[in-house]
Design a protein around this ligand. Structure first.
Ligand code: 4EH
Length: 229
């Protein structure tokens, strides 16, 4: 087994790269990939850069070039659900693209022919996460995560995404990973810690809590690597 661990921003993967042994850096496709071991488990870590296109590229390379057979995403998200506060963890049971719109042809938001509005993540990995959370006494929320190429800092847009997709959190990469992994038959898992509430305070809160929330997510992902192997 070789586990890909992906984030979007440097802050999201640095706490993970810092704990690897036998580190080997490879530059490929205008990005850097970190191969190494965590407690003897082989992993490949990378941050994609922000947004759906870069995330698609990186997820594909982790699988097709580096031979990863499981993908874990770690990062931060904006909360939609009022139950989610800064630092809280959410795992995606499904991912959708809130900015995908061919409704002019009578299709629902988030849908294109031969695709699906909401792509489910791997049930076994979700169960591992629940066991890890229980063993650490941590609360994990499970719900739909909506992805789009927008930093949402607007209560109206956030509420629309919440009602249209029944989403509890939003970010800019998860659904790309879902499309790549489901297409290639690779089990995947998306974890996010809340950095802001996607409202008018979002950019301010994001800057303040990116590092601390990214670390909360990264620590949990490393515990999952231990639990998987
Ligand atoms: O990778 C992008 C980062 C914001 S853009 C998506 N990430 C963080 C999750 C996220 C998010 N996405 C959409 C957290 N809060 C979000 C929100 N809307 N409200 C970025 C951030 N800093 C510098 C440059 N770009």
């Amino acid at each position: 087994m070789k586990i890909a661990i992906m984030g979007a921003m440097p802050e999201e993967v640095e706490p993970i790269v810092a704990k690897l042994n036998n580190l080997k850096k490879t530059d490929y496709a205008a990005n850097t990939y970190y191969e190494g071991t965590y407690n003897d488990q082989e992993v490949v870590v990378a941050y994609s850069k922000i947004g759906k296109v870069f995330a698609t590229l990186t997820a594909t390379i982790l699988i097709e070039k580096f031979g990863c057979d499981t993908l874990l995403f770690s990062g931060v998200a904006g909360a939609i659900s009022d139950e989610l506060k800064i630092g809280d963890l959410i795992i995606a049971d499904g991912l959708c693209q809130h900015d995908l719109d061919i409704t002019a042809f009578g299709h629902p938001f988030g849908y294109v022919p031969e695709g699906e509005v909401c792509i489910p993540s791997d049930v076994e990995l979700r169960n591992v996460a629940k066991e890890v959370a229980a063993s650490k006494g941590l609360v994990l929320k499970e719900g739909i995560i909506a992805t789009g190429d927008q930093f949402v800092a607007n209560a109206e847009r956030k509420d629309w995404i919440g009602s249209e997709f029944k989403a509890d959190a939003l970010e800019m990469e998860g659904a790309s990973v879902a499309v790549v992994c489901s297409s290639l038959g690779v089990p995947f898992f998306i974890l996010r810690a809340i950095s802001d509430s996607a409202d008018m305070d979002a950019s301010f809160n994001f800057d303040e809590f990116l590092e601390s929330s990214a670390k909360i997510s990264a620590d949990f992902i490393l515990s999952m690597v231990d639990a998987i192997k």
